[in-house]
Design a protein around this ligand. Sequence first.
Ligand SMILES: [Zn+2]
Length: 149
Amino acid sequence: MSRVGSRPKPSSPDIEARIRNQRRRDTDPEKLLRSALWRRGLRYCVDVNVVGRRRKVDLAFTRSKVAVFVDGCFWHRCPEHGSVPRANRVWWLAKLDANVERNLDSNREPTSAGWLVIRVWEHEDPAKAADRIEGRFVGGDQAAAIVVM
Ligand SMILES: [Zn+2]
């Protein structure tokens, strides 16, 4: 994996705000997705290691072995909204490419341990993303994912 040097000074208030708002967990898109899933009766663990200790997943359905990542459009280079800041462009390209590479690496471990990995973009409609996830449980697996409260 490429090594990215230390972060250059933010070149604009916009970039500075993006960096400041980069939260590792409990982002708004994550919270919206979680409540959409919860309303459907799907129960999950949040921010857990599913295999090994290297990478945490945002949501995990442990019995069904479904892992969900919610990816920010900027940080994970969404094909629709991803952009590379013009200032310090070389650094940003290396940084964002490393994130994408890291995503692939994060998929690898759970996948090889029999998990299904689902990645959701922050721009996705939470209800549609929840449909997509719920669809994975159809066919008998759903009961295993539901914990009656
Ligand atoms: Zn996007």
